[in-house]
Design a binder for this molecule. Structure first.
Ligand SMILES: Cc1ncc(COP(=O)(O)O)c(C=O)c1O
Length: 391
């Protein structure tokens, strides 16, 4: 990464926003690969599959038709309608298109929600470990992520009791992801209801990031909207739909909040990529769904291989990941410095993993995230290499 220019004066928030530590691992991996080393990449936060053919074709057709102008700030109506049908078909929920806003990725949804809810000094409860950008979005709008250390006893998730225990005078809500990054753990309906009760009891907002929905491998993953219709939901075309580079997501919010957020979206984004929105429509066609479901099954097979394999060589994984494409492994038998350990595994054994330090502070030096975003033969090779070093 380029060094910071010390002669320029930056806003205070810049110093509080941390870079992704994994970038150091990835840059080194690229250098090693260009020097001829074979690197197994297990540090990605995105599917290894290219976007499904019908979605690409729909994007191409949109370009050919000249869909190259701005679109409505809340998204094109057919996509909002398709998402509304998606809530009916998948969860049996009636979510009118007017409550759905298309956004530039889940990242855009997070920014809009933070801008809507957070005043300077406000706090938002969130898990540690958790997706690091969440606390940085809060900081960007002069709020604070209030990190709650979580572990196996709560399936790495917030609970109603934890919300009660950690709520402060300045707390305005709680935020979870289900399934979560980096742990893959999910909340069932009762757990979501428990969380909702605790947050609502305090007059707070509940934010649930459902970006890994569709990539669940156990029982179906409920939406928080099944138990709390006023919760804010963050979602995306990035993961299940395999469209990370297209930059398209969505949010579901109470009706009045959408009107306010639309105003902010007009100012912040004007529009999402119009072509990407027309492409995403194809994501709901039956032929595309078959491709995406096949890919989900491939991810499940990879998880079912990788989880016992890394446990066999000494990593502890106290909570079985129920979704996403990650395993958050306790490597305390081997290290207390996950960054140095990742660099060593890369340098000496050609396996790229993400250090736990990227996901917070709580025991972060003792954890690694394995992404199963490469094919089974490569995962087998990685385990073989790691087994040698850790023996
Ligand atoms: C939990 C979680 N939320 C949000 C995002 C942002 O996703 P995007 O902006 O690509 O939709 C990610 C990306 O890895 C994530 O893991």
């Amino acid at each position: 990464m380029a060094p910071r220019d010390a002669t320029l004066r930056y806003a205070d928030r810049v110093a509080d926003i941390e870079p992704f530590r994994v970038v150091e691992v990835l840059e080194r991996a690229t250098a090693l690969a260009s020097a001829g080393r074979d690197i197994v990449h297990m540090a990605a936060g995105e599917p290894d599959f290219a976007t499904a053919g019908p979605i690409v074709e729909a994007g191409r057709a949109a370009l050919a038709r000249g869909e190259t102008h701005y679109s409505q700030a809340a998204g094109i109506p057919p996509l909002r309608e398709a998402l509304s049908r998606h809530y009916a078909d998948t969860y049996g929920l009636d979510v009118p298109p007017s409550r759905i806003m298309v956004t530039p990725g889940a990242s855009g949804a997070l920014l809009l929600i933070a801008a809507l809810l957070i005043n300077p000094g406000d706090g938002m409860l969130m898990t540690d470990p958790g997706y690091p950008c969440n606390r940085h979005f809060m900081r960007l709008v002069e709020g604070r992520g209030q990190l709650v250390p979580v572990g196996a006893s709560s399936n790495y998730q917030l609970t109603g009791a934890l919300v009660e225990q950690h709520w402060r005078d300045n707390t305005v809500g709680a935020m979870v992801a289900s399934p979560a990054n980096p742990t893959g753990t999910a909340l069932n309906r009762d757990e979501l209801a428990d969380l909702s009760r605790a947050v609502r009891g305090r007059g707070g907002h509940l934010l649930v990031d459902e970006i890994y929905h569709g990539l669940g491998y156990e029982a179906s993953t409920p939406s928080v909207l099944e138990v709390d219709p006023d919760a804010f939901v963050i979602n995306s075309f990035s993961k299940y739909f395999g469209m990370t580079g297209w930059r398209l997501g969505w949010l579901v919010a109470p009706e009045a909040a959408v009107a306010e957020m639309e105003k902010m979206a007009q100012n912040l984004f004007i529009s999402m990529s119009t072509m990407a929105q027309y492409a995403a429509l194809a994501g709901f066609e039956p032929g595309t769904r078959d491709i995406l479901e096949e890919r989900r099954e491939i991810f499940r097979q990879r998880r079912d291989f990788l989880l016992p394999a890394i446990q066999d060589i000494g990593f502890q994984v106290p909570c079985k990941p129920q979704g996403a494409f990650y395993i958050y492994a306790d490597a305390s038998r081997f290290t207390a410095d996950s960054q140095a350990f990742c660099l060593r595994l890369l340098e000496e054994h050609g396996v790229a993993l993400t250090p736990g330090l990227d996901f917070g502070h709580h025991r972060a030096g003792e954890h690694l995230r394995f992404s199963y975003t490469t094919g089974l033969p490569r995962l087998e090779l990685a385990v073989e290499r790691l087994a040698k070093v850790l023996a």
